[in-house]
Design a protein around this ligand. Structure first.
Ligand code: ITT
Length: 197
């Protein structure tokens, strides 16, 4: 049997890689940029998920061979005019500090009756420094008033997906991976790869 082809995820977020690896199963050997010392740090200077996803996928595929898949994602909260959006990972003032991000979100949502929100994920597939295709997925839900659950990452303890009463952090990856923004974008990316890889 041929070895599974390699799919490099243009991320340094181990949680994203773990979710993507679990969803992809053995169809691809999933690695991320933490396995490659030569990978540059990509500055996310875009103002949309697509722009940032493109910067990451194209930047990494310039230095690594094969298929590269990026994931730019975030939380949009209706009562906050769509914030934190593309700035989700630094909302609390420090890049990647999920505790500070969640604390700020709870503070800003205090007393608000409108709780609707969604996670959005845009993925770009690239090869040799150029985008080949992009895909998007969203999951609708609501922001609760107190964090619940210990699984997942980021805003998961504050987000209850539509049709459920538990947060993503209580539901865990097995359920999250059937309905998340990331799962919905990834399904399309995998279908594309099945026809083109
Ligand atoms: P890379 O850029 O290296 O991929 P990152 O974590 O900085 O990692 P983003 O710039 O796409 O990734 O920011 C995503 C942020 O959005 C993430 O840090 C969380 O705050 C939030 N987020 C995205 N998907 C999420 C999920 O499934 N559950 C909870 N929070 C999520």
């Amino acid at each position: 049997m041929d070895p599974a082809p390699r799919l490099i995820i243009a991320t340094r977020n181990a949680h994203k890689t773990a979710e993507i690896r679990a969803m992809i199963g053995d169809r691809f050997e999933v690695l991320d940029v933490t396995s490659f010392l030569e990978c540059p740090e990509i500055e996310e200077t875009g103002t949309t998920f697509l722009e940032n996803a493109r910067l990451k996928a194209e930047g990494i595929s310039r230095v690594l061979d094969g298929w590269v898949l990026s994931d730019d994602s975030g939380l949009e909260v209706d009562a906050l005019g769509g914030a934190p959006g593309v700035w989700s990972s630094s909302f609390g003032g420090e890049e990647g500090n999920h505790a500070l991000n969640n604390a700020r979100l709870l503070r800003e949502m205090e007393g608000k009756a409108e709780r609707r929100a969604r996670f959005r994920c845009t993925m770009v597939l690239a090869q040799s420094g150029k985008e080949v295709a992009h895909f998007s997925g969203t999951v609708e839900g609501a922001i609760i008033a107190d964090a619940r659950g210990a699984m997942g990452f980021g805003y998961d303890p504050l987000f209850v997906p539509e049709g459920h009463t538990a947060t993503f952090a209580e539901l865990g990856d097995e359920v999250k991976n059937t309905l998340s923004h990331r799962a919905r974008a990834l399904t399309q990316a995998v279908e594309f790869l099945a026809g083109n890889a």
